[in-house]
Write a protein that binds this ligand. Sequence first.
Ligand code: S3P
Length: 166
Amino acid sequence: MKNIVLLGFMGTGKTGVGRQLAQDLGREFVEMDALIEEREKTTINDIFAEKGEAYFRALECEIARQLAARQGLVVSAGGGVVLNRSNVQALEESGILICLQAAPEEIYRRVVRETQRPLLRGSDPLAKIKALLDFRKPYYDKIKLQLDTTGKSIQQVVEEIKRLIR
Ligand code: S3P
C-alpha cells in the first residue's frame, strides 16, 4: 500500500489534514519534523539555531529516505522537503504525493501565533511568507496533485484527498 505524502508550504494544513486523513483511513500518521525532533532530542528551532539550516536539511533528507522505504503511512513532510529533488524522487517511489496550497494571508493567519518556525521569524512574517512562496513556487509546482486549502476546514480537505486518491 502506497504512502500518502502531504507536501506544501508551512501553514497549508499538512499536519492537521494528515492526522485526520490517517485516522479516517486507519493508517499510521507520521510527521517528518516530529521524527527529526525525536531523533535529535530537541526542537526544530534549536536545531536551526545551534546547528544551522544545512544540518537540518541533511536530517530531512535521511528521514525522507527512511519513510520512502516504508508503506501504508500518511506522511506530513516539512515545507522545505521539495527543495531537494532527490527527496521528492525517493518519496515518489513509494507514495502518492499531494501538494497543499493556501493563500499567503491565510498562511499568515494560521502560523502567526506559532513560534516553532525559524524561517518566519522577523518583523514582517507576511513579507517573508510571500518571498519564500515566490522562490519555492517552481518546486511546489512540480508536484502533480495540487489542492488549495484556503477557506476550507480540515475535514473538507480530507474528503477532497480521499476523492483524489480513489
Ligand atoms: C520548513 C518548514 C517546517 C520545518 C522547518 C522548515 C520550511 O515544517 O520543517 O521549520 O523550510 O518550509 P512545516 O511545513 O511542517 O511547518
